[in-house]
Design a protein around this ligand. Structure first.
Ligand SMILES: *[C@@H]1O[C@H](CO)[C@@H](O)[C@H](O)[C@H]1NC(C)=O
Ligand SMILES: *[C@@H]1O[C@H](CO)[C@@H](O)[C@H](O)[C@H]1NC(C)=O
Ligand SMILES: *[C@@H]1O[C@H](CO)[C@@H](O)[C@H](O)[C@H]1NC(C)=O
Ligand SMILES: *[C@@H]1O[C@H](CO)[C@@H](O)[C@H](O)[C@H]1NC(C)=O
Length: 438
């Protein structure tokens, strides 16, 4: 597959310039407060939904007890509105005393005790986006040190209330300051989002050297329109965006809104599939205390997660944009495998899309196909075999595809556990452990 080779070379050249903190060799996974809980600080009247230490302890409990952690969802991330409106006497950031009476260090211990990691939020500028104290050029080292002392594992650094010259200095300086703390702290940079996400203003080589992930584009909202606009921006600019990703440095199309209010089940599967194929960080932003079982099943789909977490770390691309409203995405994976997403932009009825693997540039051969969401092994396919997939409106069909060589002829009788084992072959040990529970 010459296309795979070309993509691989691009990804490889980017990977040689990764931020050298050893973190996030696969896209980070976890939970982030912002999309679902925003800046609700009214704990008197809305105690269940306000930004306080209870919310983060609750989410840590859910991640640890409801099967999320074993699948890789390990970050519990605080967003804006956690801090006091003033710095302390020594000029350090401090949490709001009423909403975080135990302090952040204690919260970090709570999270760590459950085998999870704690992320926090800052802003390279005079104020955070919601008006809390920002990190200015002269407080970068202090803030990095404070976060490290608290036991923070990840920092999202936003970019409100600053200009491009402050950002150009500040984002690399924070990377240096985090490194100087000696504590491995994943670093998420909102910088490119504030510079329009594209060259010449954005230099993805520099981003890959200083950040583990970065927000290229605007905030996600709880709607299908929002998901679609993000997917369109990422794919329209994929020639620029896609080669920038690789182990340790990822494009971030923002949080998963699966389990909130804006997406149907088909649209939820679409977000999961497209985020997996884009090698996107998987940060859920829903209420894990009350999430429904359908959304949970999509977010906990082992095959989708394994595709997202593929160790080669090559971001997928849109191969085809059909006039019929069908888009086909492809991502090369380790172990000679690949993933396909057939995505329907239609809004009428399930669409029967005809194609063949050869038409999708697969090389000559016979392939095994596992359907990620129906969790069924499909009949084997020759590259030349014409096939039909039925794709629901605003929905997807997602496939994991690999050469059939070595698998018995009665492919359909292969249990999906066997396929998952194959997918996990080169994966983290947690996955292997979680498989034994199947
Ligand atoms: C700091 O950077 C050096 C050199 O790039 C690297 O070896 C080290 O692991 C980094 N340390 C942390 C804590 O990120
Ligand atoms: C950017 O902001 C800094 C800090 O507020 C200020 O000193 C500088 O003059 C600004 N630069 C431009 C080009 O506006
Ligand atoms: C991006 O930054 C790198 C490293 O500093 C530099 O070599 C390269 O020329 C820059 N690219 C562009 C397009 O400015
Ligand atoms: C397949 O490869 C050919 C030759 O490089 C190219 O013209 C075509 O666009 C590719 N098709 C797809 C679906 O990527």
């Amino acid at each position: 597959m010459h296309q795979a080779a070309a993509v691989f070379l691009l990804a490889f050249s980017a990977a040689t310039q990764a931020l050298d903190n050893g973190l996030m060799r696969t896209p980070p996974m976890g939970w982030l407060a912002w999309e679902r809980f925003r800046c609700d600080i009214d704990c008197d009247n809305d105690p269940q939904n306000c930004i306080n230490e209870v919310l983060f302890r609750d989410m840590a409990d859910r991640l640890a007890e409801d099967g999320w952690r074993e699948l890789g969802y390990v970050y519990v991330n605080i967003d804006d509105c956690w801090s006091s409106k003033t710095r302390d006497a020594k000029g350090r950031l401090q949490p709001d005393p009423k909403r975080f009476p135990g302090g952040i260090a204690k919260l970090a211990r709570y999270v760590h005790d459950r085998g999870l990691k704690l992320g926090i939020y800052g802003d390279m500028g005079t104020y955070t986006c919601a008006g809390y104290p920002g990190t200015t050029l002269d407080t970068i080292e202090t803030d990095a040190q404070t976060f490290a002392e608290w036991g923070i594992d990840m920092l999202k650094l936003d970019g409100c209330f600053s200009n491009s010259s402050v950002q150009e200095q500040g984002y690399p300086l924070m990377s240096k300051a985090l490194n100087a703390t000696d504590r491995p702290i994943g670093y998420s940079c909102s910088w490119p989002c504030y510079q329009g996400g594209l060259p010449p203003k954005v230099n993805y080589t520099i981003l890959g050297e200083i950040c583990n992930l970065w927000r290229n584009y605007g905030d996600i909202e709880d709607s299908w329109d929002s998901v679609l606009s993000i997917v369109d921006w990422f794919t329209d600019h994929q020639d620029i965006i896609q080669p920038a990703a690789g182990p340790g440095h990822w494009n971030d199309p923002d949080m998963l809104i699966i389990g909130d209010y804006g997406l149907s089940m088909d649209q939820s599967r679409s977000q999961m599939a497209l985020w997996a194929i884009m090698a996107a960080p998987l940060f859920m932003s829903s209420d894990l205390r009350t999430i429904n079982s359908g959304a949970r099943a999509i977010l906990q789909n082992k095959a989708a997660i394994a595709i997202n977490q593929d160790p080669l770390g090559i971001q997928g691309r849109r191969l085809i944009k059909e006039k019929s409203g069908i888009d086909v995405f492809w991502r090369p994976l380790s172990n000679q495998a690949s993933a396909l997403v057939f995505f329907s932009r239609r809004t009428d009825m399930p669409y029967r899309y005809h194609t063949s693997l050869k038409a999708l540039n697969y090389t000559k051969g016979t392939y095994m196909v596992y359907d990620v969401f129906s969790q069924k092994v499909q009949p084997m396919l020759k590259d030349t075999t014409d096939f039909v997939v039925s794709i629901n409106p605003t929905g997807v069909v997602m496939w994991y595809v690999f050469p059939a060589a070595g698998w018995q002829a009665e492919a359909e009788s292969v249990h999906f556990t066997e396929i998952l084992k194959r997918m996990m072959l080169y994966q983290r040990e947690e996955y292997a452990d979680s498989l034994t529970e199947l």
